[in-house]
Design a protein around this ligand. Structure first.
Ligand code: DP6
Length: 338
C-alpha cells in the first residue's frame, strides 16, 4: 500500500503593490497576473493568532476518493475544485494517481475579514509537493500555490516577496527580495468589519479590465514594484509607505470604476484612512493599505507600533486590532493534523 503524508505551515501576506486582474493573454485558470506585485508575509503578534494555516495531506491507495476538511467541515464541491487545481498538477508531475485526504486549520477565524486563501494554498502546495516527494525550489512551488490563489504565490517565502507576472506557468513565480530581518516594518491590522466580503476577489479579477483606468494601473504597478523593491532594500520606510498607499488607491479606483463596480470600502474604512492621514500630519510615520475588503493595514516602523496600537485601540468603530511583523518562510512540519 502506498501512503505518503506531509504537513506544512504557511503565513498570510499583505500586498504592498497589489495584484488585481489576470493577464488576458493566458488561460484564466493559470492565474497569471497583469502586473508584478510585492508583499510582506505576515506573522501575527497576538497570543491567539500568528495568521497561519496548518495543513496535512495524505496520499494513499486506501482512499476511494479525494476529500478535504477545513476547520472541521468537509469541503463542498466548489471549494474542492480549487484544492484540485493545486493538487492535480502535482500528482501528475509525481506520476502518482492515488487519492488524498487533506485537513487544514487556520489559527485565525476564517470569517473575520482576514484573507485565508494565501496561507491556505501556500501550505497546501508545500505539503502536497513534499508528500509526493517532489524536490522543487521555493520559486517552483510558488507556481503551484498560484493555481489555487494568486496571493498564495507570495506566501511560500517569508519577509518581502515579489511575484513576477511572467508569461507562462513556469515564469510566473514569486521570489524573496528581502529577508524578514533586514527591512524594519510592522503593520497593525484594523478590523472595521468582520464577515465575508460580498464579491470575491475571483470575480473582481475578471472585471478589472472593464475599468478605463486599468491600463494605467498596470503600467504604474510595474514601476511601483521596481521602486518599492529599491526602497525596501534602502530601508526607506516612508517611501515604501507612500508607494504602498498609492498602489492601494489605484486598485480601489479600478475596482470602483469597473463594470459592475466594486466598492469594498465601508464608511469606517474611509474614516480610518483619514485618521491615518491626520496622525501622519501630527508626526506619526504610518501609511495605509486596503485589500479587497473593508479592513485596513496600517504600516509602521516597529518602534512606533505600540503607540499606533494605542491610538487605533481608542477608535470606537475598530472591532479588533492585530499587530504583525514580517514572517519567516513557510515550512514543512512533522506535526500532522490526523
Ligand atoms: C486585493 O486571487 O489572491 O488581495 O480570492 O483570496 O484567492 P483570493 O484572492 P487573490 O487576490 C488577491 C487580491 C488582493 C491584492 C493582492 O493580494 O495582491
Amino acid at each position: 500500500m502506498i501512503t505518503v503524508k506531509s504537513s506544512a505551515i504557511a503565513h498570510s501576506n499583505i500586498a504592498l503593490i497589489k495584484y488585481w486582474g489576470r493577464s488576458l493573454d493566458h488561460n484564466p485558470n493559470l492565474n497569471i497576473p497583469s502586473n508584478d506585485s510585492v508583499s510582506m508575509t505576515k506573522y501575527g503578534l497576538t497570543q491567539s493568532t500568528h495568521l497561519q494555516t496548518h495543513t496535512t495531506i495524505d496520499f494513499s491507495d486506501a482512499y476511494q476518493e479525494d476529500s478535504a476538511i477545513l476547520e472541521e467541515k468537509v469541503l463542498a464541491r466548489r471549494k474542492m475544485e480549487r484544492i484540485l487545481k493545486v493538487v492535480d498538477p502535482l500528482r501528475k508531475y509525481a506520476n502518482i494517481d492515488c487519492k488524498f485526504k487533506m485537513m487544514s486549520r487556520n489559527d485565525f477565524p476564517t470569517q473575520a475579514g482576514l484573507a485565508s486563501s494565501a496561507s491556505g494554498f501556500a501550505a497546501l502546495a508545500i505539503a502536497a509537493a513534499n508528500a509526493l516527494g517532489i524536490d522543487f525550489t521555493k520559486e517552483e512551488i510558488s507556481t503551484f500555490a498560484r493555481l489555487g490563489s494568486g496571493s498564495a504565490t507570495r506566501s511560500i517565502q517569508g519577509g518581502f516577496v515579489r511575484w513576477k507576472k511572467g508569461n507562462s506557468h513556469e515564469t510566473s513565480f514569486a521570489e524573496q527580495i528581502c529577508d524578514p530581518h533586514k527591512f524594519n516594518m510592522n503593520a497593525v491590522i484594523a478590523i472595521v468589519h468582520e464577515g465575508k466580503k460580498d464579491v470575491t476577489s475571483d470575480v473582481g479579477h475578471e472585471s478589472a479590465h472593464t475599468s478605463p483606468f486599468n491600463e494605467v494601473r498596470i503600467l504604474k504597478s510595474q514601476q511601483q514594484a521596481k521602486d518599492i523593491q529599491k526602497a525596501i532594500l534602502d530601508d526607506d520606510f516612508c517611501k515604501v509607505g507612500r508607494i504602498a498607499e498609492e498602489s492601494s488607491k489605484y486598485m480601489h479606483a479600478v475596482m470602483m470604476t469597473s463594470n459592475p463596480p466594486l466598492f469594498y470600502w465601508h464608511p469606517s474604512t474611509l474614516r480610518l484612512v483619514r485618521s491615518i492621514q491626520e496622525m501622519r500630519k501630527r508626526g506619526m510615520k504610518c501609511y495605509f493599505t486596503v485589500d479587497a475588503g473593508p479592513n485596513v493595514h496600517c504600516l509602521c516602523r516597529p518602534e512606533d507600533r505600540y503607540e499606533l496600537q494605542k491610538m487605533l485601540g481608542r477608535i470606537e468603530y475598530i472591532k479588533k486590532i492585530i499587530p504583525v511583523k514580517p514572517a519567516d518562510d513557510s515550512y514543512v512540519t512533522k506535526e500532522h493534523l490526523f
